[in-house]
Design a protein around this ligand. Sequence first.
Ligand code: MG
Length: 639
Amino acid sequence: MLRWSIATVTMGGTLEVKLAAAARAGFRAVEIFENDLTFFSGKPRDVRARALDLGLDIVALQPMRDFEGMPEPLRQRNFDRAQRKLDLMEELGADLLCICSNVHEESLGDPERSARDLADLADLAAQRGFRIGFEALAWGRHVRDWMQAWDVVRLGDRPNLGLVLDSYHICVRDNPIAPIADLPADKIALVQLADAPAILMDPMSLSRHHRCFPGQGDYPIDAFLQAAVKAGYRGPLSLEIFNDQFRGAPANVIARDGMRALQACGERLDAALVAEGAAPTLISAPLPKPPAVSGIEFIEFAASGAESPRLVALLEGLGFARVARHRSKDVDLYRQNGVNIVVNREQDGFAHSFYLVHGTSVCALALRFDDPARALERANALGAPTYHGRVGPGEAVIPAVAGVENSLIYFMPERTRGGGAPSNWDRDFVFTDAPEHPGPLSAVDHLSNVVRRTEFLSWITFYKAVLGFVDEPQVELADPYGAFYSRVIGSPDRSVRIPVNIGDGGSTAVSRFLETFAGGGVQQIAFATNDLFAFVEQAAAKGVRFLNVSDNYYDDLSARFDLAPELIERMRRLGVLYDRAKGGEFFHIYTRMFDERFFFEIVERRSYDLFGAANTPVRLAAQAGELDEAARTRGSVGG
Ligand code: MG
């Protein structure tokens, strides 16, 4: 029966923790890595009992290395070693032993000889009712491609000898995928799934450190999965991910992410099968269809004390005005054209707890969904439970799930066309001013998340699987104190775009943010305007301070682009940055950081669709200067 499985090597921790995490995430099968047994305090049969208790089937024992095609006496030694593995399988209750292609320098590389060794081993295994699977390692000494492994298996010709197909080894060597559909189903012993980023690196290092869940990398996992299913394979589909970040994260989170990625994979697999007139596998329970997200309804700040008037002054400097107060809570609505900012100063409840941990910060993001109820059902089915907050009498209940660092993502209906604000504003708020407030800013252009490195792929999977977002290629840039990585993810209609950023290095802007913020979160909100220069002059007059950009930047700009000297002088005077791509132009500016924590960006796009990545190192350097200065000031004040 087709079913999802996970290799214990994918998760960190002890074997007991891994098995419990796999079961909790909904897996019913596991592949045991022998190394995990080495650190297990009990006997292998205890592992079997534990797995049985948890409803987990042990589908394979891994790995047996450097087995086939060895000269004597190594050959005999290998068979002795194999006997012990078969004994171990007996105790574990596993019926499949995975052999990966030989990398040993003394291996002979004669396919007939290798086939004979595997056939002899299969005969030994048959006495106990076991099977042998042969897998081509991309860096095998003689067998590197699944086609070569298939030649050996075919020559070996035993009913209990089959192929292990691992998407990583196949995709990293660009092996053909379509012909997998023509393999005899009973010759596929196991299918393993692993994605990886399309970066140039030797296949072994890439495999050992950068494998990731389907949908997190760049490999054609969907096509691979379809080919295996079309071949008639109906066994376990096992996640086999070697990744240091995964092992460093809690096993429960990794197992949940793995299941989430597989559920999305199963959804696409069944959709493709149905589109071709074939029956769906129903390997995962069908999910409510992915939501269509069509924009940000509001951004909510948690604020308190003396910081709150400073935040409000900054918002007003940017052109926002308070238009409404909450009926029963210390919550205000600031508005400008279609952009809503909620400032929550309540002294208990969710926002205040968030404030106590993170200080003044974005504690919630409300997105507009085509069908919020269906979207929530999908989120729940993908392991993102509904958040239940405290609701006052007569208040609208807005369903939510947890986002980055347990901030909230509210599920709101689409804005009613021509009908003004959605009903919850009127139900929960009293408008003290005209509900529409004009201003220089027209929309939220994007907002960025900073997350811990270990959580980066987790959030990519969340946004893609749960919210139906799509991602763009990853960008890598220099930070003055290390490296900066960014991947933009957003709704397919591009109404919501979120660069998700991570850093490498103890003093990078990202690391400093994680430290001052006590975790990941929203570091930047970018607003769109039609006239950036006019906006900057107005905002500066209202006391908004913008990031200092070095003179060298503007000297360099005049060398790179044929811009009028007066324009460059104007940008230099105001601190405006510039980029140009594909015939479009981009003018943008950053505010100084609020309490060394977050900042706003204002952008004017002229047929330009990117994010000015060329200017990110300039921004990071200027912010590093700002943070260093703040640290010096604190130092002198504190003595
Ligand atoms: Mg493998």
